[in-house]
Design a protein around this ligand. Structure first.
Ligand code: SAH
Ligand code: TRP
Length: 337
């Protein structure tokens, strides 16, 4: 092959985006809905919240006075980004559930300043966010390559490109807490397999605290979280030709003290039946019946370290904010270190 001329080399595209969503994804929504809405205790998995309206509402949640996790995690990142950059010497940052990558910039700044950063790999189910963030970040960080992966981090981790040097895999925002304990272990183990020797996982987890503080964070005074919760019904109306009236459902957020997780539910205000046309499915709701839409697990240091160990990970740094609200953990594959 001819060597690249300078101008061709300069034109090497800084952005590459691959989408792994398609028919299989639509099937996955249909299967999740059929499975979840025909159970004795109705349930929907949380990844279907994030269409473009859901993503916008989530952004607004992050700004709410009651929703402390985003601010606490940003504080920790700001305090520790230089240390993380030094410890990892990372040339690339892979981020699972990257969203708008707002807090990620703190880390990218530190890696950029340290002079090691070459590539950012955002992985998210929401196509518009991966594209927007690739565009913005290549503008903000000269020389940065962005390889976006539009996909489901439960199914497409094998599509994350091979490492080009020491990497950080970031999983921020407490998203790991949105999996029930069994899936959480499976997901963590799969994430651990993205790490080679010298690579690190940087994970954000919310910590157990006063239930009033927790419940307020998921049930804000302005009702943004309620709207976000009900948005999943609009997704079903659009994607599966269902006829939910979101106003038939009340937003519920409560802290389950036994499991130490927040549960988000939609409570039917009246007895009614909904039709999901694309699935030929009639779903009956009693008055007061609840549909579980999300859990958000809150961690203690012991439990978190246990979960990491089960996934073959060992803790390198435990980082928290001055109020001890939230934790960032830096860990690496135990058998490789
Ligand atoms: N990391 C950001 C956003 C957290 S919100 C922050 O800390 O603020 C969770 C993000 O994960 C959303 O952007 C959502 O689109 C994405 N997401 C949720 N489930 C997903 C899945 N199964 N696969 C890939 N992305 C997912
Ligand atoms: N990962 C976030 C969390 O568990 C997701 C989230 C925040 C969320 N607020 C929400 C999900 C409200 C559903 C509804 O904190």
């Amino acid at each position: 092959m001819e060597p690249l001329t300078t101008s061709e080399a300069l034109e090497k595209p800084a952005i590459r985006i691959e989408s792994h969503l398609g028919e299989a994804e639509e099937r996955s929504l249909a299967e999740d809905v059929l499975d979840g809405l025909t159970r004795p205790f109705k349930e929907l998995p949380p990844k279907h919240f994030y269409d473009s309206r859901g993503a916008e509402l989530f952004d607004r949640i992050c700004e709410l006075p009651e929703y402390y996790p985003t601010r606490a995690e940003r504080t920790i990142l700001t305090q520790s980004a230089d240390e993380i950059a030094r410890l990892t010497a990372a040339v690339e940052l892979v981020e699972l559930g990257s969203g708008t990558a707002a807090k990620t910039r703190v880390l990218l700044d530190a890696l950029h300043t340290a002079g090691t950063l070459r590539r950012y790999v955002p992985v998210d189910v929401t196509e518009s966010m991966v594209r927007a963030c690739a565009r913005e970040l290549t503008g903000e960080y000269p020389g940065l390559e962005v390889h976006g992966v539009i996909g489901d981090f439960e199914r497409h981790l094998d599509r994350v490109p091979p490492a080009t040097g020491p990497r950080i895999v970031a999983f921020l925002g407490g998203t790991i807490g949105n999996f029930p304990p069994g899936s959480r272990r499976r997901v963590l183990r799969e994430i651990a397999h993205l790490l080679g020797p010298g690579d690190h996982l940087l994970m954000g987890t919310d910590l157990v605290k006063d239930p009033n503080v927790l419940e307020a964070a998921y049930d804000d005074a302005q009702g943004v979280t309620a709207e976000f919760n009900r948005n999943v019904l609009r997704v079903l109306n659009r994607e599966l030709d269902a006829d939910f009236d979101p106003d038939d459902f009340e937003h519920v957020a409560l802290f389950d003290r036994e499991h130490e997780w927040i549960e988000m539910r939609l409570r039917s205000r009246r007895e009614h039946t909904t039709l999901v046309r694309e699935l030929d499915l009639c779903v009956h709701f009693d008055a007061g019946e609840e549909l579980r839409t999300e859990i958000s697990a809150k961690f203690t240091p012991e439990r978190l370290e246990g979960d990491l160990a089960t996934a073959g990970l060992s803790l390198v740094r435990w980082l928290t904010d001055p109020d001890g609200l939230f934790a960032l953990t830096l860990s690496r594959r135990a058998e490789l270190s």
